[in-house]
Structures are given as C-alpha cells and as structure tokens.
Design a protein around this ligand. Sequence first.
Ligand code: HEC
Ligand code: HEC
Ligand code: HEC
Ligand code: HEC
Length: 145
Amino acid sequence: MRKKYLILAIVVIVGGILYLPVSAVMAADVPDTIKMESKVYPKHTRSIVVFPHKKHAVDKKIACTECHHVFEDGKNVWKEGDEVKKCDSCHSEAKKPSGVKVSKEENLKRFHYTAIHANCRGCHSDLKKKNEATGPTTCNDCHKK
Ligand code: HEC
Ligand code: HEC
Ligand code: HEC
Ligand code: HEC
C-alpha cells in the first residue's frame, strides 16, 4: 500500500512540475479571461469588467486585429505573434474631462475610456443592429452590479 502512495506522490509532483510551465505559456499567449482594471483610473466607479478573451478570439474567431493594433501611417501593422501591449500603454489618459474640446480622433487616441467603449460596446452595438449574436450593450450588463 505504502509503495502505491509513494508512486502516486511522485506522479503528482513530476506532473505538476511539467504542467506548470506549459499552462503558464499558454495563458500568457491568449488568456481565457482578463480582468479589465486599468490603472489610468484613479478609482473605479463601476464594477470591474471581466473580458472573456477566449470566447472572442477562439470560440467566435474574431480577428485579433479587431482589437490589437499598432498604427503606422494610419495602417494597422500589428500581426499575430507580435508583442501585445496593454490598451492603456497608448490610450494613456482616463476619461476626457467635460469641457475639454478635442477632435473625435484625438479623443479615441488619448482616452482609455473612449477607446475601450468604442471597441467593446461599438462592436456589440453594431452586431445588435444587424440582429446577430452579440455581447452586452448597456452599462449594467457589462459592469455587473
Ligand atoms: C461592452 C462592455 C461595456 C459596456 C456596455 C460599458 N462599459 Fe464601461 N467599461 C468597460 C471596460 C472594459 C472598461 C475599462 C475598465 C478598466 O480597464 O479599468 C470600462 C470603463 C468604464 C469606466 C471607467 C472606470 C471606472 O470604473 O470608473 C466608467 C466610468 C464606465 N466604464 C462607465 C460606463 C457607463 C456609464 C456605461 C453605459 C453608458 C458603460 N460603461 C458601458 C466596458 C463596458
Ligand atoms: C474582441 C477583442 C479582442 C480580440 C478579438 C483579441 N484580443 Fe487579445 N486582448 C484584448 C484585450 C482587451 C486585452 C487586454 C488588454 C489590456 O489589458 O489592456 C487582450 C490581451 C491580449 C494579450 C496579453 C495578455 C496578457 O496577459 O497581458 C495577448 C497575448 C493577446 N491579447 C493576444 C491575442 C491574439 C493572438 C488574438 C487573436 C487570436 C487576440 N488577442 C484577439 C482584446 C482582444
Ligand atoms: C501601440 C499603441 C496602441 C495600443 C497598444 C492600442 N492602441 Fe488603440 N489606437 C492607437 C492609435 C495611435 C490610434 C489612432 C489611430 C489613427 O490615428 O487612425 C488608436 C485607435 C483606436 C481606436 C479607434 C480606431 C479603431 O480601430 O476603431 C480604438 C477603438 C482603439 N484604438 C482601441 C484600442 C484597444 C481596445 C486597445 C487594447 C486592446 C488598443 N486600442 C491598444 C494606439 C494604440
Ligand atoms: C469585433 C466584435 C467584438 C468586440 C470588439 C468585442 N466583443 Fe464582446 N462579444 C462579441 C460577440 C459576437 C459576442 C457574443 C458571443 C456569443 O455568441 O455568445 C460577445 C460577447 C461578449 C460578452 C458576453 C459573453 C458571454 O459569455 O455571454 C461579454 C461580457 C463581452 N463580449 C465583453 C466584451 C468586452 C469587455 C470587450 C472589449 C474589451 C468586447 N466584448 C469586445 C463581439 C465583440
């Protein structure tokens, strides 16, 4: 009996060692879900949105370039395999303060709030208009209470 447990223990330990690095690499490539909790916001006034990355990128097969980009001369040159930076590394300001006037392009480029809602809610709303399967379009459906 003892020998059985010893073998089992070895299998579990070795399996654990082999399994860990593999799962870490895969999670880094395309995580299943991502907690959207950008540090550009001094404080979150809405609940944190959990973004089902795998559901979009793998299950629904939405092109990576719908969401990931690096613009050069107005063209998206990002391709699969390239480094993925967080949205807020470029869209680095929180929310456009009311009263500040900027063009639509600058608003999208500077403010995380504008860029993220244009991307997430923008696509969901477009699909809804076309009566296709879509994600949440109202505040509380995305920022769950
Ligand atoms: C499709 C999902 C989605 C919908 C719909 C949506 N949001 Fe968001 N919202 C997000 C995500 C993702 C972020 C980024 C959060 C982060 O990275 O910290 C965000 C950020 C925010 C923030 C800044 C962070 C905070 O907690 O203060 C506010 C405020 C906000 N949303 C309000 C709203 C309001 C108001 C509506 C409805 C008019 C709305 N959102 C609809 C996904 C959504
Ligand atoms: C519907 C939008 C969307 C699609 C499609 C999408 N991604 Fe993402 N991806 C995101 C968002 C949002 C993040 C989180 C960015 C942040 O935290 O600022 C992210 C993060 C990542 C990360 C970084 C994860 C980490 O832990 O930092 C990688 C790698 C990645 N995506 C790869 C891909 C690849 C490869 C594809 C295509 C097969 C893809 N994504 C498709 C929206 C998307
Ligand atoms: C390397 C810098 C960089 C990163 C990282 C980045 N963006 Fe952008 N993004 C830009 C620039 C620059 C523009 C303006 C493009 C132009 O001038 O046409 C832009 C434009 C946009 C637009 C409006 C144009 C369009 O494609 O619809 C949205 C929406 C957007 N970004 C969302 C996101 C989201 C969501 C993420 C994270 C998943 C992200 N961005 C990551 C630099 C970046
Ligand atoms: C290019 C289009 C597109 C973009 C961009 C996009 N989504 Fe979606 N989203 C979808 C579709 C399509 C579905 C419906 C999947 C289905 O068939 O259930 C969905 C579903 C969802 C769901 C519901 C998942 C479920 O299990 O019911 C959430 C939450 C969500 N999206 C959040 C986000 C957030 C947050 C972002 C931005 C970071 C985002 N989406 C960007 C197309 C998009």
